[in-house]
Design a protein around this ligand. Structure first.
Ligand code: HEC
Length: 114
């Protein structure tokens, strides 16, 4: 018991206890059925206006999701999109980090053309 407590304190002090979880993110994405718009593997959107997500940097995904949640509440920071705004309201900050980690872990086909 004492050992477990010390371990938890140590882990949180070096940040590991807060590390984003790909598995938790996957569960949230599957439950919310994000693929119904963003397509299989979040890499084959059903319409061109829907972005590919797979393999995107986790920081970018996280801040995009935060901005949809913020919506118009913050004109500088928010993204005002009715569709995505309604998708993210139920998620807390840790959920969004986990989702971002999962999205980033997926094989994508973003390319840099030269
Ligand atoms: C009903 C269709 C739909 C569903 C379901 C949906 N999305 Fe989206 N998503 C969109 C559309 C449309 C956009 C583009 C919105 C815009 O123009 O800002 C978008 C944009 C995004 C973006 C921004 C991408 C970028 O490159 O800026 C992220 C991240 C995202 N969605 C994640 C998710 C996640 C995670 C889920 C599941 C929780 C989800 N979406 C569910 C339609 C959907």
């Amino acid at each position: 018991m004492k050992f477990a407590l010390v371990t938890v304190v140590l882990l949180s002090s070096i940040g590991l206890a807060n590390a984003a979880s790909v598995d938790k993110g996957q569960a949230l994405v599957e439950k919310a059925n994000c693929a119904s718009c963003h397509g299989a593997g979040l890499n084959a959107p059903i319409m061109p206006a829907y972005p590919k997500l797979a393999g995107q940097y986790p920081d970018y995904i996280y801040y995009a999701l935060k901005a949809y949640k913020e919506g118009n509440g913050n004109a500088i920071y928010g993204r005002n999109n009715a569709v995505m705004g309604s998708q993210v309201q139920a998620f807390n900050d840790a959920d969004l980090q986990n989702i971002a980690a999962y999205v980033a872990s997926l094989p994508g086909n973003f390319v840099i053309k030269k």
